[in-house]
Design a protein around this ligand. Sequence first.
Ligand code: CAA
Length: 383
Amino acid sequence: MDVPEHKEIRQLARRFLEEAGPALAEYEAREAFPWPLVRRMGELGFLGVFVPEELGGAGLDFWAYIALLEELGGYASLRSILSVQQSLVLTPLLAYGTQDQKERYVPRLARGEVLGAYGLTEPEAGSDAGSLRTRAYRDGDHYVLEGQKTFISHANVAEVFLIFAKTDPEKGNKGITAFLVERKDGVRTTPLKGKLGLKAADTGMVFLEGVRVPQDRVLGKEGEGFKIAMATLDTGRISLAAGAVGLMQRALDLSLGYAKERHQFGRPIASFQLVQAHLAEMKLDLEASRLLTYQAVAKKLRGERYTLEASMAKLFASEAANRVAYRAIQVHGGYGFFEEYEVARLYRDARILTLYEGTSEIQKLVIGAHLTGVRAFGGHGEA
Ligand code: CAA
């Protein structure tokens, strides 16, 4: 990767972060959503990097998106906004949307004029996503949605929601359908505050209480929702892995800088072998994660099923990011324990990576199912 246009997008991201990085810290401290930074990301084309120009995007390729996720990975609240908008909302819209749905939603999302949210998780349906209880009842040429979603990124700031609901409960996960729902249809949301990390990213609950949507808002086919949800998460998991790579790179850069400046026993601590051992392990985790991520992207771009590679990249990179952030604090010593040093935030932000878009445990089940041909919860056949 990294043809000239990828280098350009990396440079653009670095210039953006010169101001956005310090500005983000204030939003993090207040747990406030960084609207001005999001607007700027929209103007720069960051929120629709791989969306074709005729649909309002920057018209670059998927590698450019990966490059951007890496650059913003050290600023996880911002990276998360990129991922949700593009991996979880624009990707399924482009893959399954009708021409009409694409024209209606994609340009405004790609330009960052509106934000989207992905509504799968429910209070009683986390890892077991197929057990969701939100219902969509047919009523003439409309559906009526009833239920609630939780831990939803962008819940309070999105205008467009991709909601997964059961249209046919007796059919299990084959009775799930994906819907494009707008806030103005009557969606109610509440914030969930007090997160350990990602403090400037919005998270909340979504309440669907008799929300009526016309039938042309079904994304894909009725009953196809679970597959859409899972295939979408394949892309989501790659983007989290790329974000984790960016977080590790930032942690390593900061640690290298600090280790060269900080003197103890009359020498820079970078000259001590035990400090070098930390730096070496960090570099190894970083580069191994990068390769697994690029492997998954390459397979996706060959048009092959890449569920296994996406899960491997997500599992390894998210766990590695936690190890790397731990070591970054270790290199910084007592200073790293203070919020004034960025590694403290990296440590907090790394923690979510092993949880959302499928816990590490779920990734192991997905990998195991691929290896054995036996599905995680009983079924046989291709996982
Ligand atoms: N692509 C396409 N189809 C897929 C698929 C994929 N990646 N994964 C599964 N499927 C299909 C299967 O082929 C199967 O179809 P058939 O029956 O026709 O063969 C169907 O879906 C059911 O598959 P499983 O039997 O494997 O399903 P399961 O109920 O046993 O669940 C699971 C498997 C891996 C545990 C899955 O439920 C899962 O990934 N859980 C984790 C959920 C998750 O990641 N949630 C994150 C929420 S989103 C979030 O965090 C976003 C945010 O806001 C940032």
